[in-house]
Design a protein around this ligand. Structure first.
Ligand code: FES
Length: 142
């Protein structure tokens, strides 16, 4: 089987799907190559991500990785969420086929993009904290 049971589970029953009315951090990233788009909504209180939702217009792997990413960052501090790598998301899903690893990069970038928005809203330049966010094009996985 091409996809692990966990990937199929998160694709068929994605966690934390939708929008957050009271989000105070919203990120959106896209992959220009495949046209997939991922939007991430966070509610951050006292430096902790207390709630999270996502909407992904994309492939099955993009949906599964964004679902897993929301599970991994919920209840974590901003600093912990910023250390989330696409490899950690892939490992939590028991792996992805090599041609689909780039989809997990979109999930990592969506989290970073939302956190960048959180800082921008407070008048803080997010780049030194979050780094450059360029969607899948800026990664070296393909
Ligand atoms: Fe576009 Fe997976 S093919 S994110």
């Amino acid at each position: 089987m091409l996809y692990s049971e966990k990937v199929m589970d998160h694709f068929a029953n994605p966690r934390n799907v939708g929008e957050l009315e009271d989000a105070n951090a919203i990120g959106e990233v896209g992959n220009v190559k495949c046209g997939d788009i991922m939007k991430m909504y966070l509610k951050i209180e006292g430096g902790v991500i207390t709630d999270v939702r996502f909407k992904t217009f994309g492939c099955g792997a993009a949906i599964a990785t964004s679902s897993m990413a929301t599970e991994l960052i919920k209840g974590k501090t901003i600093d912990e969420a910023l250390t989330l790598t696409n490899q950690a998301v892939v490992e939590a899903l028991d792996g992805l086929p090599p041609v689909k690893v780039h989809c997990s990069v979109l999930a990592e970038q969506a989290v970073k993009s939302a956190i960048a928005d959180y800082y921008t809203r407070q008048g803080i330049d997010p780049t030194p904290i979050v780094g450059e966010i360029g969607g899948c094009d800026s990664c070296s996985c393909h």
